[in-house]
Every structure is written in structure tokens, then in C-alpha cells.
Design a protein around this ligand. Structure first.
Ligand code: FES
Length: 137
């Protein structure tokens, strides 16, 4: 997946690095390997995981906030899961909850680019992992 060039589609917002600096899509792809998951500042400044693929990045990003009590959930590459350190909830590689106490999957956002920079825009349609309406809207 290579994000299309978009200009402000559906409330798109630039992603930022830890300092809030916009991130060039081309350099992000160059510096990440397939299956990497790394945090950026995304919608509303919240921490989202960008998921790298062979060709670029996936067309969705995951809010890293645990749906139990809000801890930031680290990616465990060895287990191929997100494992919450607070109370043991687990999410699969696409952020679908596979072990509680978390009641819901990680929130989604769409990835795109704005003038060559990584950007996100809100996910308003059905959650493709559960075929349910998005709980985060
Ligand atoms: Fe993640 Fe409780 S906050 S399991």
C-alpha cells in the first residue's frame, strides 16, 4: 500500500514525530522494515502505531491506548501481539482484542499523505476486524 496524495481529505491531520515535527513518508518507509510498528503523534496528538509493509505502510493506523484503562500498549514483536503491561490485555497484529480485560479492539484511523508527509484521517465506517460500527466515534 502506498498512500495516495491527499489534501485535507475527511479531516486529515499530519502525523508528528516525538517532537511533533512532520514525518516525510519516503524517509519513514526507508527507515522501517516490514511488520514494524512504531508510534507517531496522530489525530488529536494521540499516539498511533504506523504499521510497515514490504511496499510501504498499511492503510490503517492503531491508537495505542488500551481500551481497558488507557495504558499505552507496547508491540511485542516476538509474540506478534500488542501486550498491555497494566492488566494483561492482548491485541493481535491488527489491534483486535484477543484477551481481556480490555473490552474492545484498538481504535483505527486511516493513513494517507499530505504533501509527502504522513497523515491520518478519522475512521468512520465499520471496523473491518469485527464488522461492527466504530466504538471510538
Ligand atoms: Fe490495559 Fe488494563 S489498561 S489491561
Amino acid at each position: 500500500f502506498v498512500p495516495p496524495v491527499a489534501t485535507g481529505v475527511g479531516g486529515a491531520q499530519l502525523c508528528g514525530d516525538l517532537d511533533g515535527t512532520p514525518i516525510k513518508y519516503a524517509s519513514w518507509v526507508k527507515s522501517h522494515k516490514s511488520n514494524d510498528r512504531e508510534l507517531v503523534q496522530g489525530l488529536k496528538g494521540e499516539p498511533y502505531y504506523i504499521i510497515s509493509t514490504e511496499e510501504g505502510i498499511k492503510d490503517f493506523a492503531l491508537l495505542s491506548v488500551c481500551t481497558h484503562l488507557g495504558c499505552v500498549v507496547p508491540w511485542d514483536k516476538a509474540k506478534n501481539k500488542f501486550c498491555c503491561p497494566c492488566h494483561g490485555s492482548q491485541y493481535d497484529e491488527n489491534g483486535k482484542v484477543v484477551r481481556g480485560p480490555a473490552p474492545l479492539s484498538l481504535a483505527l484511523a486511516h493513513t494517507t499523505t499530505l504533501n509527502g508527509n504522513l497523515a491520518l484521517f478519522p475512521w468512520t465506517e465499520k471496523d473491518f476486524r469485527t464488522e461492527t460500527d466504530p466504538w471510538w466515534n
